[in-house]
Design a protein around this ligand. Structure first.
Ligand code: UDP
Length: 579
């Protein structure tokens, strides 16, 4: 019986899909993780079965039954891995060949058809129906990939069968229903960090293979049969066969040849790599489908691969060609410690407690500071040589996250100073404050002593001293017995000053803290939590110090630089490397 698809049927299908989504939502908080997974797979199975019965088509019923059988075999295999259930994987294909609609003829080009004998037809259909579950399982080794390529295949199959001038109602119906179900169960099937598992990979593999056979039965040639599914999997399949061949001829450990692994090798992270492979498969499959559907004009058909090629290049530029500029922990040649506040403090405390007395420096870097390092090689060297370079400023944390650098949280200089003073108070470690306008460091010290009773401040000095006396001042600081020096002379002046006084400040842990003294002295108001949370602390400070506008405008250039880096558009080149 032929099934005719109507608007009403589409409405009913969408309502069923919405029901499936609601069902999953309802049970999510009620079941344990494993129960929830089983519930989803079983409900998918039941809905599929009901929809097949609803279609009233014998072929669809046979295909869905065989797909569900493949799923049951997968479940058995999962439950008893050692019992050899894997060999039963040919069974659904064989049953479909005997009861459904086997491939009865093939045609390589033009209108030359080769009609198959019955047993040839059964063998070819079984092989075809077995190939896909195997392929799906292979793809499923990379979490998320099988689900994504399934979505691509079904979208293209729905489009091809819908727009084809041949009457492909049944193939269209199964493709569309499957696509809608994939969408309804997307959180299970398309999760980038989860695998489908043997049961679902077998179910969908069998179904996709069957759809292509049902589609071909109405007259699409073998080219279409090969091309529709192969188009979707072309890249992984071609690469997979290459891999198998190379494996067969060499004893060397197999080098990963599939596209996904190559993309990963280029420094793209897993979700982006899955997206890239999906997009490429979509382009390849889409172009092949378009060429199939287009009128017979060679010139017109050429447009498709050319366009697809161009798009591929763009895609490669956007994701695949991107090498990690942010090389692990460094950005633009500056290493940044994306650690947590607690870890930074425990590291600092360990240095202070250790017997090894040496000059140490902690840099609290913000976006403007990092911008500065691009043109100031000396500051770049200092930031790199520092014992800790902490991400002060939400702009910098945003950039690190955008460029996939490891970063736990923002560590604002003013907060780090506060926490370190608390530790210093409880451990009896003396501190010294250097910087700020006259009187500011003293007021800051008083405030800190109030906040942290027991804090020992061995001295304060304003930041507008004659630089000719730098060494004298540094020696005075060390001789005061201070173990921690907070320097607020502005960035990068404070880091450069500290570095120039390394010897005089031997045994002192120095921290550059910019405008923090002004905050403790009450001259500058710290932005409320909300402003900090939305990353606009700089704006709050700008209201209080409007003269900063010229400096803050550089934030725009920072954002542009980060995006250029992200999309690999004339990224930063290390001047050292250029030489
Ligand atoms: N400052 C200083 N001596 C100088 C320049 C600046 O003591 O020669 C002080 C200034 O009074 C302020 C602090 O350094 O308290 C921070 O300055 P700025 O706002 O320029 O630095 P940022 O917070 O941007 O690092």
């Amino acid at each position: 019986m032929e099934f005719q698809f109507s608007a009403g049927a589409l409405g009913a299908l969408l309502a069923i899909a919405a029901g499936c989504v609601l069902l999953q939502r309802f049970f999510r908080s009620k079941l344990s993780r494993d129960q929830y997974f089983y519930m989803r797979d079983l409900s998918l199975m039941s809905v599929m079965m009901l929809l097949a019965l609803w279609s009233g088509s014998d072929r669809i019923e046979a295909l869905v039954a065989c797909s569900l059988l493949a799923m049951v075999i997968g479940l058995a295999e999962q439950a008893r891995p050692s019992r050899g259930f894997y060999s039963f994987i040919v069974l659904p294909g064989l049953i479909f060949a005997l009861t459904g609609q086997p491939i009865s003829f093939v045609s390589s080009a033009g209108s030359t058809f080769l009609y198959l004998t019955q047993w040839q037809s059964v063998v070819l259909t079984t092989a075809w129906m077995t190939l896909f579950p195997v392929l799906f399982r292979r793809l499923d080794q990379i979490p998320g990939l099988a689900g994504h390529l399934l979505g691509v295949s079904l979208s293209l199959m729905s489009a091809v069968t819908y727009f084809s001038r041949q009457n492909l109602n049944e193939a269209f119906l199964v493709s569309l229903v499957s696509l809608v179900l994939v969408c309804a169960y997307w959180s299970r099937l398309g999760h980038q960090f989860r695998q489908l598992g043997a049961p679902l990979a077998s179910l969908w593999g069998t179904l996709v293979a069957g759809i292509s056979i049902i589609g071909v039965s109405k007259g699409i040639t073998l080219t279409a049969l090969m091309v529709i599914p192969l188009g979707f999997y072309a890249v992984p399949l071609a690469e997979m066969s290459l891999g198998l061949v190379s494996h067969a001829f060499t004893h060397a450990p197999a080098h990963p040849v599939d596209l996904y692994s190559r993309v990963i090798e280029r420094g793209v992270d897993h979700p982006a790599a899955v997206r890239l492979v999906t997009e490429i498969c979509f382009l390849v499959g889409g172009s092949v489908s378009l060429m199939q559907l287009m009128p017979d004009s060679a010139a017109l058909k050429m447009v498709v691969p050319v366009m697809a090629g161009l798009l591929l290049l763009v895609l490669w530029g956007v994701h695949g060609g991107r090498r990690p500029r942010a090389n692990g922990h460094s950005l633009w040649g500056v290493k940044i410690d994306g650690i947590s506040m607690n870890y930074a403090l425990s590291k600092t405390l360990a240095w202070l407690r250790s017997d090894e007395r040496k000059f140490r420096m902690v840099v609290t870097l913000n976006a403007l500071g990092l911008n500065e390092t691009r043109s100031d090689a000396d500051f770049r060297r200092l930031a790199n040589e520092a014992d800790l370079t902490l991400p002060d400023g939400s702009g910098l944390v945003w950039a690190m996250r955008k460029l996939k650098m490891p970063v736990v949280e923002r560590i604002a200089g003013v907060d780090y100073m506060d926490r370190l003073c608390r530790l210093a108070a409880s451990e009896g470690i003396p501190i010294y404050l250097l910087g700020g306008r006259p009187g500011i460091s003293r007021r800051a010290a008083e405030k800190l002593m109030k906040l942290h009773p027991g804090l020992i401040v061995t001295g304060c000095y304003d930041g507008y001293f004659d630089r000719a006396y730098s060494t004298k001042i540094a020696e005075h600081i060390r001789e005061s017995g201070a173990r921690i020096l907070f320097a607020a002379l502005g960035m990068p002046a404070q880091e450069k000053w500290l570095d120039s006084q390394r010897q005089a400040l031997d045994g002192v842990l120095c921290v550059g803290v910019g405008g923090s003294f002004d905050v403790y002295a009450g001259v500058l108001k710290r932005a409320p939590k909300f402003w900090q949370k939305i990353g606009c602390e700089w704006l709050y400070r700008l209201f209080q110090e409007p003269w900063r506008i010229k400096r803050d405008l550089q934030l725009f250039s920072f954002v542009i630089m980060v995006l250029r880096e992200r999309f690999n558009i004339f990224p930063w080149k290390d001047p050292e490397e250029k030489r």
